[in-house]
Design a protein around this ligand. Structure first.
Ligand code: F6P
Length: 510
């Protein structure tokens, strides 16, 4: 049943009306157990949900909504390999990439064997490159899911990265990016990884061709040694002259692909064992999502909280505040994960939806954000739920820094909630502003894998309740088609039939 037609939706609307005066300060004063009951452990991740506009009654109603919209059956369908991405007639099995070898029977045994049959040579290749002292620079050329995941992960796990190798990520068709990277490289010391699920994406193909030209112009000849393709379209890579290839499958969505061969830059950076640990952390979260009761299932609780905020309290945005500089690309990654997955305006049958779906996601690492846009979070006219991500143990030994960092994260969450009553006018903080606090004990390949799998599954949960297909992305197609047309016109100067603005811009840009 579509979510807005369920009895639970109606109850939640009434509950939201009744909860209009909800005040976090009063909620804590009235319930000494609140921090406990609204916190939980999941594999590698502790979550404190207690500073949210939420209570046990709201959560119970949200779980009823999940039941009435068939969340459990939908989740189980994903884990059974059913083609739940129905507009592309594909299964959704990024989770299978983290499944231990030989651990499934039946129809999934064969794809799991394929996964490990591909993972092993990829990890062996990663070890070979790690041992190859001549290769000092690894350049990943890819965009969207073929860039954001591996780039974020290599930065996040910088403390585990092999010294002596540099990693570069080129995504934009803007030649300034590739040119800026190439000018510091030598062909003999560089490995290019061409990462593209489809091997048709204009930006990546353009950058790959330019990298090949540069390599040959520098006197490079052994393309087999200096280029590898990470793709489901091995034939297209071969056509470009790239013979070293690592494949994956159409049942891995682009934004869910860093667990596949798209993760090769990370595997080179942190090694085969590190990559296995990363997969194992994510797998632990998969198991949690699969088996924990809804009331203690962290991806379910977060996904339902997202629905509560978006549809009942009408918060249109969520800000991410990673209080760890190594997590600085996490917001960009989550932006694609949430907004490309759930930025949909029709249900699974193509019917226009009368309710909101994906919130706008954005954010910068703390404490930087505090000195930039946190003003608006504290005193602006809109309420923006904030998601803190903090790490208990640092890996550096610099005195005071980490305590200051964590103190700031806690102080911001506290200030948002408590506000400041005792001053009027410009100095007044209303408080009662919601936040979630996610905490890792240490930032390791395993905990990082679990954190990202948690985010994947919470996006699944809200998308499932909204009744949309979270696994297609038709909305990116129109711009691609129009760019081809405008590109040809930019060359020819033909403005016939164009709208006035585009025609005028085109003339100016020629
Ligand atoms: O245009 C959007 C998109 O298809 C994303 O979904 C994807 O992650 C990105 O482009 C890159 O696609 P590919 O890996 O096929 O080059």
């Amino acid at each position: 049943m579509r979510c807005d037609q369920t009895p639970a939706w109606k109850s939640l609307q009434q509950h939201a009306e009744a909860a209009k005066g909800f005040d976090l300060r009063k909620a804590f004063a009235a319930d000494a157990q609140r921090a406990d009951t609204l916190s939980q452990e999941a594999p590698h991740v502790f979550a404190d949900l207690s500073k949210n506009h939420l209570d046990a009654a709201t959560e119970a109603l949200l779980q009823t909504l999940a039941q009435q919209t068939g969340l459990v059956a939908h989740r189980d369908a994903m884990f059974s390999g059913a083609p739940i991405n129905h507009t592309e007639d594909r299964a959704v099995m990024h989770w299978l990439l983290r499944q231990p070898e030989g651990s499934l029977t039946g129809a999934l045994a064969e794809p799991l064997a394929l996964v490990h049959g591909t993972l092993k040579p990829m990890l062996a290749y990663a070890e070979q490159i790690r041992a190859d002292a001549q290769i000092t620079d690894v350049v990943n050329i890819g965009i969207g899911g073929s860039d954001l995941g591996p780039q974020m992960a290599v930065i996040a796990l910088q403390d585990f990265v092999l010294p002596g190798k540099r990693f570069h990520f080129v995504s934009n068709v803007d030649g300034h990016e590739l040119a800026g990277v190439l000018k510091n490289l030598k062909a003999a010391n560089t490995l290019f990884l061409i990462a593209s699920k489809t091997f048709t994406t204009t930006e990546t193909m353009t950058n790959a061709r330019s990298a090949l030209q540069w390599f040959k112009a520098q006197g490079g000849s052994d393309v087999g040694r200096h280029f590898a393709a990470l793709t489901t379209n091995v034939a297209a890579a071969a056509e470009m002259g790239i013979s070293t290839t690592f494949g994956f499958w159409d049942w891995v969505g682009g934004r869910y692909s860093m667990w596949s061969s798209i993760g090769l830059p990370l595997a080179i950076a942190i090694g085969a064992q590190g990559f296995q640990d990363f997969l194992a952390g994510a797998h632990a979260m998969d198991q949690h999502f699969k088996t924990a009761p809804l009331a203690q299932n962290l991806p379910v609780r977060l996904g339902l909280l997202d629905v509560w905020y978006r549809n009942f309290l009408r918060y249109t945005s969520r800000s991410i505040a990673p209080y760890h500089s190594a997590l600085r690309r996490v917001s960009a990654y989550l932006q694609q994960l949430e907004m490309e997955s759930n930025g949909k305006r029709v249900d699974r049958n193509g019917q226009t939806l009368p309710y909101g779906t994906s919130p706008v996601l954005w954010g910068e690492p703390g404490t930087n954000g505090q000195h930039a846009y946190f003003q608006m979070l504290h005193q602006g006219t809109d309420i923006v739920p904030l998601e803190f991500i903090a790490v208990k143990k640092p890996t550096h030994r610099l005195k005071d820094h980490h305590e200051l960092l964590l103190a700031n994260a806690m102080a911001q969450a506290q200030a948002l909630m408590l506000g400041q009553d005792d001053a009027g006018g410009h100095k007044h903080f209303t408080g009662n502003r919601p936040s979630t606090f996610l905490l890792l004990d240490a930032l390791t390949p395993a905990s990082f894998g679990a954190l990202i799998a948690l985010q994947e599954h919470r996006v699944f949960v809200s998308g499932s309740v909204w009744g949309i297909n979270s696994f297609d992305q038709w909305g990116v197609e129109l711009g691609k088609v129009l760019a081809k047309d405008i590109h040809a016109r930019l060359v020819s100067g033909d403005t016939a039939g164009l709208d006035g603005s585009t025609a005028a811009l085109l003339k100016r840009l020629r």
